[in-house]
Ligand binder design. Structure first.
Ligand code: MLT
Length: 231
């Protein structure tokens, strides 16, 4: 389980990559696709996002956790309702999450996972029958506990689904232990995380509740070319 900073792209060759940014990019991606968006296109920069936008597309994202000037939406999953995004493409650029997805693009399959769709993501990853690399987006290249917690939950599901196939590196083992120690206090862990505290200061505590709904959505976004679509 590498963090973004140590994730050299060679690590992804011939693998299945699972990118995680619980607060909030991959939670938003999962929510938007579950709400009926046709696809989500992760863009690295604000300029890229604007260049990709075609008539009818929604352009969303954040910098410093705030909506980008001129964009229709920020990075709150609560904005991506069926009414807002149903039947439309979403172009999304965020500080860490969409960058993590770009970093994993050399993998054979790239999945966007969050606490919301962890079980479905683990199942889909196993179906690919390749080694799995879990990429925690973190925050500005630092580890973020909510992403580690989600990585540990994925490991928990993988072990339950196929115990004989799971061999963990040390970091993977540590994230599994982190999850097991906090399985009953997921929301509290998110609230007390650095990203969680930042979002609460900005008045976005509701987003944390949304992002903490473990295994509440059974869809799996995966990359097809430059677009995240549903399996
Ligand atoms: C990101 O991708 O950097 C995050 O999701 C940040 C945020 O939502 O505030």
């Amino acid at each position: 389980i590498p963090s973004v900073k140590e994730a050299g792209s060679a690590k992804f060759n011939h693998k299945t990559a699972i990118a995680i940014d619980v607060l909030r990019a991959t939670s938003t991606i999962v929510t938007a696709l579950a709400a009926g968006a046709v696809s989500v296109i992760p863009a690295e920069t604000v300029m890229d996002a604007r260049a990709l936008q075609r008539p009818g597309d929604i352009v969303g994202g954040e910098r410093f956790s705030r909506k980008i000037a001129g964009f229709e939406f920020g990075n709150s999953p609560r904005e991506y309702t069926e009414q807002a995004v149903g039947g439309r493409r979403v172009i999304l650029t965020t500080t860490n999450g969409t960058r993590a997805i770009h970093k994993s693009m050399r993998a054979d399959t790239v999945i966007a996972a969050s606490l919301l769709n962890a079980e479905a993501s683990a199942r889909f990853a196993l179906e690919q029958r390749r080694d799995i690399v879990i990429l925690c987006a973190g925050s500005h290249d630092d580890f973020a506990i909510e992403d580690g917690l989600c990585a540990g939950l994925l490991v928990e599901h993988l072990k339950q689904m196929c115990p004989s196939a799971v061999e963990l590196d040390d970091f993977g083992g540590a994230m599994h232990a982190l999850y097991r120690a906090n399985a009953d206090s997921v929301l509290d862990t998110l609230m007390n995380s650095q990203s969680g505290k930042r979002l609460q200061k900005l008045g976005s505590a509701e987003d944390i509740y949304e992002c903490a709904k473990v295994d509440s959505i059974s869809i799996v976004p995966y990359l097809n070319g430059d677009q995240l679509i549903l399996k």
